[in-house]
Design a protein around this ligand. Structure first.
Ligand code: G6P
Length: 367
């Protein structure tokens, strides 16, 4: 197998552009359009007996896990704990019978995550693994193996693995909900329909690439950048900040939009761009009012929303990025694209080594 960049300048950009295809490929093994069902490999344990889920991962995979926490609790009404692996392992977590421990990893080799997996097993937990490398150590040690089909990811900063992880986690959430009697066939059909719309919506998001490239110069000179979001867009704000840090070396922070008033708002001035991730939906108005708090203090906002959202709140923003209008379930999958592209174009402007950023490794096999 030879892997090259095709006609892209970097592996990262190639991998960003592969997302419509690899997300579709991943969904194909979890979503059956024929009978409108979400289907998982059959675990050797009873999903309906799961009383608690513990999610553990690192880096970008951890943010996919944070999105999943919202989904598992909302759809399946199962309580969820989540930790970064390096904390989980040493904080003496309480794991009771009937617990499912879920590990998310592109490589399947991250040392902290693997150590956490073995610890959870020793505590009697069932082990589910969402992993992109099917031959990896974590894949071999799983009770329930849920592969992503993103294909090899070369860029150190994870992109396509993240959106594929979200696709799998949404399917797992729906499955758990059904097992718990909380998803009737009509609702399941809706979930299948929304998930199936993701690849085309990602394509729609990619169409905004040139516009994002054109506005990257607004972010490149900044020393600090703040990302805000609510609900499942909060982990996306964290992921956006991580991407920017990783490849452009600009300091960035992701914050829950409503928590900004308890600290980071003190940072706001005209030199700190604020990226607001706010798709139309039940949380839109609340996020916009946090955005207005930023604007009232002279902050320069980039609003990422859909056409309706930008019509309603785009005035007074430094820039806006228009996404296709999507169901809230797939919004985190679709809104990952502008967040990745923005980090990418800023990094290119800064002339950093996008695919091999300094001090970072693709797979971290030390604890
Ligand atoms: C490294 C990579 C990140 C990745 C993290 C977790 O730090 O640079 O991009 O998100 O490891 O990796 P995993 O393979 O476990 O998903």
């Amino acid at each position: 197998l030879t892997i090259d960049k095709g006609n892209h300048r970097h592996f990262m950009l190639k991998e960003i552009y592969e997302q419509p295809i690899v997300v579709a490929q991943t969904l194909k093994s979890y979503v059956r359009r024929l009978d409108d069902q979400v289907s998982l490999p059959t675990p050797d344990f009873d999903l309906s007996a799961i009383r608690r889920v513990t999610i553990v991962a690192c880096g970008t995979s951890y943010y996919a896990g944070m999105v999943a926490k919202y989904w598992f609790e909302q759809f399946a009404r199962v309580p969820v704990d989540i930790d970064v692996a390096s904390e989980f392992r040493y904080r003496q977590p309480v794991m009771e019978d009937g617990g499912l421990a879920l590990f998310i990893s592109q490589s399947g080799e991250t040392a902290d995550t693997l150590a956490a997996l073995r610890h959870a097993r020793s505590e009697g937990q069932k082990i589910a693994v969402v992993v992109n490398v099917p031959t990896s150590t974590m894949a071999r040690e799983a009770d329930l193996l849920l592969p992503t089909h993103a294909g090899p990811e070369i860029g150190v900063a994870s992109t396509k693995a993240f959106t594929c992880q979200l696709a799998v986690l949404a399917a797992l959430a729906a499955n758990l909900a059904r097992a718990k009697g909380r998803l009737d066939p009509r609702e399941e059909k809706e979930v299948v329909r929304h998930l199936s719309e993701a690849p085309a919506a990602i394509n729609g998001a990619l169409a905004y690439d040139e516009a994002i490239e054109a506005m990257a110069h607004l972010i490149a000179p900044a020393r600090d950048v703040l990302y805000l979001g609510r609900g499942t867009d909060y982990p996306l704000a964290l992921e956006g900040a991580l991407k920017l840090k990783e490849i452009s070396y600009i300091h960035a922070e992701g914050y829950a939009a409503g928590e900004m008033k308890h600290g980071p708002i003190a940072l706001i001035d005209e030199n700190v761009p604020v990226i607001v991730i706010a798709p139309s939906g039940p949380l839109f108005d609340k996020t916009v009012s946090n955005m207005q708090e930023v604007q009232a203090r002279g902050g320069k906002v980039v609003l990422i929303s859909d056409y309706d959202g930008i019509q309603a709140a785009g005035d007074g923003c430094m820039a806006t990025i228009t996404m296709p209008k999507v169901h809230p379930l797939i919004a985190p999958i679709v809104y990952a694209i502008p967040v990745q592209l923005l980090a990418y174009h800023v990094a290119v402007l800064k002339g950093t080594d996008v695919d091999q950023p300094r001090n970072l490794a693709k797979s971290v096999t030390v604890e």
